[in-house]
Design a protein around this ligand. Structure first.
Ligand code: ADP
Ligand code: GN1
Ligand code: MG
Length: 367
């Protein structure tokens, strides 16, 4: 869609929602890789998040929005029960003028609006360990809150989202098909993932054996999917609820480590900057277990390092798959962006392997 078309579509879409006052600005916002996100401000100075949902990624946006309505309503009740602030501690959907949770425009784009969570930030990098600790407590608490949610009500918005063995099959198919003729240039990266196939099966096998429980998890626990309160520094609200589905707690833990305990950005080009901060790892273990409030089993705690390694392997392999398939899934902002992302993830796995004993010693302290 051209820039102008996009602006027109946005304006038209905004008009469908029951906003107080008139929208006077609407600018691209945030660093998510999936949806098109815009910040809109009304003539009364109220702020809202407008999103064009990515329907290539989320093939059933109607069920997805149904999930989000169910989850946010459920969380709202819990927040009310503990006397919290329902405006800030969960996402709030702004309905359309005719009472729907989303709008479909004339060309089939799906739009939604959330109230903007004020006096809070999302971060792409921790400023201090306290930020990471706060995010860990909040993500842990999120899964605790979801413990008595009826998972059968949820649609799997992306089937096999964290089915790592299946992701490996998809990756191998992408290597074989090589539709963009890029495989030759990334042989070392391909070999790295082939050599780690057994690691990628490990947690999935423990799940199959019943050693790891299936819980309702967030599944996309990046640091920038949590709002930190400007005044208290606490994790006020978990956002990006598109992938709330049954999953493994060690994967929620692991994806946070992959993104937040890396000493470099996810797309850093200078690989010498990439490493696992064992201090941040320790901080996150402490916060996550506190947030989960005793809910994790001994086996889950023991396998937290493996959750981190699996998520870092899986995510890097997904970036490489997307690179091989012509960058159709993750939003890219430069040539080779997905390959840069792959390389940081590989470097991070290598550093985890070097620091494996330290990671295990840290979690053992908490068992
Ligand atoms: P994506 O799925 O593309 O990652 P997100 O839902 O995570 O999209 O939104 C992208 C970014 O927009 C977030 O990282 C956050 O900075 C901002 N954002 C999203 N929802 C809100 C909200 N309700 N209030 C404030 N900021 C938000
Ligand atoms: C995507 O939507 P966002 O940017 O929070 C992706 C995650 C990846 C992450 C990598 C639905 O997360 O699975 O781990 O990018 N989300 C989806 O940064 O695929
Ligand atoms: Mg996001």
């Amino acid at each position: 869609m051209s820039h102008e078309d996009c602006c027109t579509k946005r304006r038209e879409a905004l008009n469908e929602f029951a906003l107080p006052g008139k929208a006077i600005s609407c600018e691209r916002y945030g660093n998510g890789h999936i949806n098109d996100t815009f910040l809109t401000i009304t003539d009364e100075g109220k702020r809202f998040i407008l999103q064009r949902m990515n329907t290539d990624v989320f093939k059933d946006p109607v069920s997805l929005m149904n999930n989000i309505v169910l989850v946010t309503e459920f969380l709202k009740k819990k927040i009310e029960q503990r006397g919290g602030d329902t405006e800030r501690e969960t996402l709030n959907i702004v309905g359309t003028k005719d009472g729907g949770a989303y709008h479909v425009d004339s060309t089939g784009n799906y739009w939604r609006v959330y109230r903007y969570i004020e006096d809070a930030v999302t971060l792409d990098k921790v400023r201090t360990p306290d930020d990471f600790y706060a995010s860990a407590v909040a993500f842990g608490r999120f899964s605790g809150q979801m413990a008595d949610f009826d998972a059968s009500k949820l649609t799997e918005t992306i089937p096999d989202f964290h089915n790592t063995p299946k992701r490996f099959e998809t990756f191998m198919r992408a290597v074989k098909d090589d539709v963009c003729k890029r495989a030759e240039g990334v042989q070392a990266e391909i070999e790295f993932y082939k050599a780690h196939e057994a690691d990628m099966n490990y947690c999935a096998e423990r799940l199959k054996e019943g050693k790891l429980p299936l819980r309702v998890t967030h599944n996309d626990t990046k640091l920038n999917n949590i709002m930190l309160d400007n005044k208290t520094g606490k994790g006020i609200c978990v956002i990006d609820l598109d992938t709330v589905m049954p999953g493994l707690s060690i994967y929620d833990f692991g994806d946070s480590i992959r993104f937040g305990a890396n000493t470099a950005a996810e797309d850093e080009i200078d690989l010498s900057k990439v490493s696992l901060s064992t201090d941040l790892f320790d901080t996150y273990v402490k916060g996550y277990l506190e947030g989960c409030d005793g809910a994790l089993t001994k086996e889950e705690i023991k396998l937290l390092p493996m959750g981190a390694k699996t998520m870092t392997l899986e995510c890097g392999m997904r970036f490489l798959t997307d690179y091989l398939q012509g960058d159709t899934y993750f939003m890219i902002h430069r040539e080779g962006h997905n390959l840069d992302r792959t390389r940081t993830q590989i470097e991070l796995v290598k550093d985890m392997e070097r620091k494996w004993n330290d990671m295990e010693a840290i979690v053992n302290e908490y068992i």
